[in-house]
Every structure is written in C-alpha cells, then in structure tokens.
Design a protein around this ligand. Structure first.
Ligand SMILES: NC(=O)c1ccc[n+]([C@@H]2O[C@H](COP(=O)([O-])OP(=O)(O)OC[C@H]3O[C@@H](n4cnc5c(N)ncnc54)[C@H](O)[C@@H]3O)[C@@H](O)[C@H]2O)c1
Length: 249
C-alpha cells in the first residue's frame, strides 16, 4: 500500500461510504497517490485505517449521504480546510434482495435514498466548488446489476440503473465547465457487503465470472485512481466496467 507515484498529488478528494470495502480501498489509494483525502460515512472506519504510510492522514467525516443539510456542511468544512474539492466518489451504497412483488415501500425508499438520491445530493454539493474552480472529477458507483437483469434486488437495480443516467447527465451538462463525471461498474467484489450475502448467491456470481474469481476492493480502487487523475482528462460520461468479464457474456 505504500507504493506512491503521486498520480493525485495536491488534489482534494472525498469518498462516500469510505469506512470499509470499495470506498476504504479507494480512499487509501487516493491518499497513497498524494491526495488530501476525506471519507464520509455513517460508520467509523476501523482504528488505523485512516493512516497510510508516507501519506497525509485521511480525514473521517460523519455524513449520511441522504442528508441534504449535512452535505452542504461537509463540503463547506472541506473548503474551509483545503479551499477546493477536486474529486468526489459517490460510493456509499446499500442493497435489498427482494423482488418487485415482495419489496416493501420502506425498503425501496431506503435503497433509492442512499444509492440514487445520495448520488444526486453529493454531486450537487460538489458542483458548487467544482464549477467555481472550473475543474473536477465525479465518479459514481453503479453495478453490473445496474446494467443487466438479475432475480430479486429490484430497488437496487432501479437505483443503480438510474446512477448511470445521472452520471451521463452530469457529464454532458458540465463538460464545458471543466467537470468530468464517469461511472464505475463493479462485478463481484469481496467486501463486507458481499460477505453478508448468501453463500450460494456469491458462488453463483463468481461462477458466472469468466476470469473465475471474485475481485478485491483494490481492483475498483485502481480504476477510481485513473478516473480521478488527469490521466483521464479526455474521459467523461463513460462507464468503466471492472467485473472479471461478467458483462461480456
Ligand atoms: N461488493 C460488490 O460486489 C459490489 C458490486 C457492485 C457494486 N457495488 C457498489 O460499490 C459500492 C461500495 O460497495 P461495498 O461492497 O464496498 O459495500 P460495503 O457495504 O462493504 O460498504 C458500503 C459503505 O457505505 C456506507 N453507507 C451505507 N449507507 C450510507 C449512508 N446513508 N451514508 C453514508 N455512508 C453509508 C456503509 O457504512 C459502508 O461503510 C456500493 O455502491 C455498491 O452498491 C459493490
């Protein structure tokens, strides 16, 4: 983890859902690449996770991505400290496994609030400094289940499909303002979310994955480093699929 190349040197980054899983791996890679990094989550990361050898300490922000007021405060606090915001990763997510005939209105509303409305609220809050700076990179986490149908997971599929449209809308609307927006589409990744799923479900998805194994959070983190960095300056409105070939079937 202490391999540093400075691909994000001097940039200020905020990663939602950064206490564990994909968000934590992404935040740690960002810090290692020289970014001043914040993670926003309703959970605190495990002790020691905010420190990356040879890098600035990652800052934890207590934020529920569904809370409009908290978003404004969080971004204002970052601006007060670091005067800019270059990168936002809308990664926080929750899942519900019910099919449409069984999903409760409460479960539906919760998933859409976090996975879709949270992306809207985060994007809107980050655009304030990004439009003023005339630069920024927004990275939104969708899912392979935001692309193709899967049994159950009705609310999750609806929300993750919506994220892809919102990303394209952000990209096209703000391209001339120097703000880029891209979607990352993970396949099966070994995280606390995946580990909470039924064994058979995990085995089934990994079995369908052409490379034959599940991914690690770092597989997604590296894609986010690319999209966050100036290496991807000509990339906006795109979708980076990191799924071991799952969607190529
Ligand atoms: N793991 C996979 O196989 C996989 C596959 C496709 C897409 N994804 C997506 O990647 C993202 C990260 O997934 P993960 O597997 O790391 O999940 P995870 O459950 O391991 O971590 C998600 C994090 O989001 C946080 N979070 C949840 N609700 C929040 C809220 N309202 N406000 C702030 N933080 C909140 C949680 O506390 C947690 O730290 C999600 O958007 C998920 O849908 C994951």
């Amino acid at each position: 983890m202490n391999q540093r190349t400075g691909r994000l040197r001097g940039k200020v980054a905020l990663v939602t859902g950064g206490a564990m899983g994909i968000g934590l791996a992404t935040a740690r890679r960002f810090a290692a690449e020289g970014a001043f990094t914040y993670i926003a989550d309703v959970e605190k990361p495990a002790p020691g996770e905010l420190s990356v050898e040879g890098a600035e300490e990652i800052t934890y922000v207590d934020l529920d991505v569904t809370d409009e007021v908290a978003w404004a405060e969080a971004v204002d606090d970052i601006l007060e400290r670091d005067e800019r915001l270059d990168i936002l990763v809308n990664n926080a997510g929750v899942i519900d496994y019910a099919g449409i005939a069984d999903v409760t209105a409460e479960a539906w509303a919760r998933v859409v609030a976090v996975d879709q409305t949270g992306v809207f609220l985060g994007t809107r809050a980050a655009l304030k400094p990004m439009l003023a700076q005339r630069s920024g990179s927004i990275i939104n986490l969708s899912s392979a289940w935001g692309v193709v149908g899967s049994e159950g997971v009705a609310a999750y599929q609806a929300a993750k499909g919506g994220v892809r449209g919102l990303t394209r809308n952000t990209a096209v609307t703000y391209a001339r303002d120097g703000v880029r927006a891209n979607t990352v589409i993970p396949g099966w990744i070994r995280t606390p979310l995946a580990e909470r799923q039924a064994e058979e479900k995990n085995a089934e998805v990994i079995g369908l994955t052409p490379l034959g194994f599940g991914g690690d959070p770092d597989d997604i983190a590296w894609g986010c480093v690319y999209l966050a960095s100036d290496e991807s300056r000509y990339v906006t409105g795109s979708e980076l699929v990191i799924d071991g070939g799952l969607l190529a079937r």
